[in-house]
Design a protein around this ligand. Structure first.
Ligand code: ATP
Ligand code: MG
Length: 203
């Protein structure tokens, strides 16, 4: 099987993440997309700032429930930092005989050399990188060529609609009492409302 991995904090999951998964599925003829919520990322390490892992997982579940080829992976859903290379290695061990495609946005592609043990990721998967923010096709192709040459990385440009949406924006909107409808699936908007999430956030 060809499996796409969509990792993220998903605080909350939004239509940007979901469309990336859907376009990767279509364009690269993948069989499944696994959404992989992280535990506590280093940049969000205080209790109040990190929406509890349970909420983030429940929102992923709500967002993907209608799609048979979208699955939830709990592999990184634990306290502490998970390294992508380790997860990918684990996946090869646990689910042998599959090809893995790691899906990410331009911000991640341009900061990947700052990830710990990033070089270890490249042999484990094909990276599918989507445009985001101010990065255009030319910028993407340059960075892809650079990483390919320097690290023998296998990276493809993932063409998906450019959406100026981030979880940060959504948290800010919710904190101000503005609607988050249409940024996230209805079930996620309902979940945020019901659990009074992001009320205190002003980042
Ligand atoms: P935050 O604002 O909290 O950082 P985020 O919207 O960036 O949230 P993450 O969970 O950090 O979401 O992102 C997970 C992955 O999804 C990253 O690789 C990121 O680049 C990608 N991604 C998120 N939103 C978009 C988007 N609108 N377009 C393209 N890629 C995106
Ligand atoms: Mg982000």
């Amino acid at each position: 099987m060809k499996i796409g991995i969509m990792g993220g904090t998903f605080d909350p999951i939004h239509i940007g993440h979901l469309l990336l998964g859907e376009f990767a599925f279509e364009e690269f003829k993948l069989d499944e997309i696994w959404f992989l919520p992280n535990g506590n990322p280093p940049h969000k390490d205080t209790e109040e700032m990190d929406t509890s892992l349970t909420h983030r997982i429940e929102m992923v579940k709500a967002a993907i429930s209608g799609s048979p080829h979208f699955k939830l992976s709990m592999h990184e859903a634990k306290k502490g930092i998970s390294y992508t290379y380790r997860t990918m290695r684990d996946f090869h061990e646990l689910y042998p005989g599959n090809e893995f495609y790691f899906i990410l946005g331009a911000d991640s592609l341009f900061s990947i050399e700052q990830w710990k043990y990033f070089k270890e990721i490249f042999p484990t998967c094909t990276i599918l990188a989507a445009m985001r923010d101010d990065k255009d096709v030319g910028d993407m192709q340059k960075q892809i060529a650079y990483l390919k040459k320097k690290y023998e990385a296998d990276i493809e440009l993932l063409r998906a609609p450019l959406l100026e949406i981030s979880s940060t924006t959504i948290r800010e909107r919710a904190a101000k009492g503005l609607t988050v409808h249409y940024f996230v699936p209805d079930a996620v908007a309902d979940y945020i409302k019901e659990h009074h999430l992001y009320k205190e956030v002003d980042q």
